[in-house]
Write a protein that binds this ligand. Sequence first.
Ligand code: SF4
Ligand code: SF4
Ligand code: FES
Length: 702
Amino acid sequence: MPVQLRSERSPCAGRRAAGASGCCVRREWDVAGGGEVAMADKISIVVNGKAVEVRKGVRLLDAVREAGASVPTLCRHKDLMPLGSCRLCLCEVECEGRTELVTACDYVVEGPLAVVTDSAEVVRHRKTLAELYLGRWPNVPAVKAIARRAGVSESRFVGEFTDPEPKSCILCGRCAAACEEFVLECIVGFAGRGMERHVAMPFHQVDPHCIGCTSCAHVCPTGAIEIVDDLNRPVDPRKIQSAGMRVNAELATLDKSQCRMREMGTLNILQVMDKYDLLPVHNFQYGCHPDAKKIYGTVFRDQYPPQGLADGCWPGCSMACAKTADGFELKTGPYKGQRVTVDGPEYETGGGCANMGCFDPHFVLEFNFYCDTYGIDTISASTVVAFVMEAFEAGIITTHDTGGLVLKFGACDETLEMLHQMARGKGFGVLVGQGVRWLKERWIEEGRGDPQFLRDIGMEAKGLEYSQYVSKESLAQQCGYTMAIKGPQHDEAWLIFMDMVNNQLPTFELKAEALYYFPLWRTWFGLMGLCKLLWNDVVPADNYKEKEPHKIPGHVRNYFKYFEGMTGIPLDEGKMLDQSARVYNLQRCMSYMLGKGTREADLPPYRAVGPVTAKEYESRAERYDKQLRELLGIDPTGMSTAEKMARLRAHREEQYGKTMDVVYRRRGWNRNGVPTLARLKELGIDLPEIVALVADAQEPEA
Ligand code: SF4
Ligand code: SF4
Ligand code: FES
């Protein structure tokens, strides 16, 4: 009989309880090929009498197909782990003097062997199987095709269990595997025994965890599954389904060898940032630290259950990047001694703790928990605390100001106390809670320290604290952060990967173009309510072949497909950019109205651009000296660090200014960073109310 699954809610309704998918025993992609873990060794095997070279660890089915042999399959699906349930792929294998029949789809080739795909024994078994299938499900097209191929037209096994439905379930198991491997759920599965075996949701009830993603229906070889109640009412459900299946398949097969989001969530990035000297340490002074490994994603995965499992912030999301720590015992604050569930940590929280010099995983979770509980953003909190710590170490503030707290880098207990003070509305924490801009202006006003130093190290722009990436060595990221309309927010941070990790923006022109395209692309995600992680965290295996690989065009097209399936409106890059640019320019006009949408507001603190202190310069002296030599033609030999820093600073600030000019032109803004009336008109948003916002900032045409 066909299987009818009812989904009670749309894919984006509500949060799934942490660790609720823990019932899944996940099988691993542990062999070479097809998105699996690559193995370097080649071995020689014999396929139907012909010697061929294959990768050690490859599945036998893939090996024989590569050698040109044809083997029937029913339960195998290219994006799922082999199930070995239909038995149709039987082959005869001779290995170490023993001959046996094996299912080729799940047989791993570990050493030399000889395989025959159509021996008399194999053919006999396949015929029997085909007859059995035909006897039970005579009208299912996939079964009829298998029978035809085996030369079977009638079955001896017709009887009371014969099911004449053409869309019957043939018990292959693909649907259950798809639910488990793609969406990390175990909602659909087998029930009953023997001839009563069938596919169902638990206890034959509508399972509220089913998100109606249709993965199970998509992989079903017979069309047995029908999803009812598609609450989103898309114009073209098939288009949506195929866009979603691409995501599911890539995550199931590629994530493990790329980001390991499903295992560690976004915290996997911390290790990468540390390696590439991009992890903020001690208020963005440095980009790595020997103790950073104590808070790598692997530590949380291994030490704090159920980290490592796929819980996910959206039920059924196949990336499942959100992680939790259950049963975590708090050491401080109003809930001291209680065991709680911590929602995190994400990369930015871990990065923020590195920025404060706090490399204790327990602190990371406690900080994470209390920030969430108090409604404080972990990014802003850690950036402002790191700023305070540097000011403390520089003697700008003392224990007299902090109420006795010794706020040096790495002061975990003091940081937590300050956080509790912020929440209680008492003590020094209250001042810290006002943010970097407020503190820096106050301290300058009070005549504490060197005002320029405070401006240089206060990591905020437009009043927003910097998120946790060191942008000093990436011109693209410096502009990406500071020129963002609402300031250096974390979802502007992907340029750092393109520029510094993947080296995809080597020229000035590419950087400038990226600063036009990517903020609009990011805005589009926001407008559509779509998650961006699926765009660039795991990339298609053949992305390197694309003309503009940094845009990950395959995924961009997939998002367009989703949009089209939902709305029925065709979309391409030009239309997407226009949709976004209308909103982006409106936002910029409003930002101007609020006094922030100008060139001055787009300027970063120097710490975001280059080394502020001599110690900072000297920590990367080799790199900076090289730049002086190669970019400026200056021989640094014999120059003082202060002189070298001044020359580097002048150069970097000039580069930043030049980039701003190019980007403003590309965006259709004037030299002060305000949208021109011509641009507003071009976008069709030259409404009198909007024009009035920026009328006084217009410049005469050059
Ligand atoms: S694969 Fe998707 S639609 Fe099918 S049972 Fe699982 S969650 Fe529901
Ligand atoms: S995928 Fe296989 S087991 Fe699941 S409903 Fe379809 S035929 Fe039955
Ligand atoms: S395809 Fe190998 S057992 Fe089904």
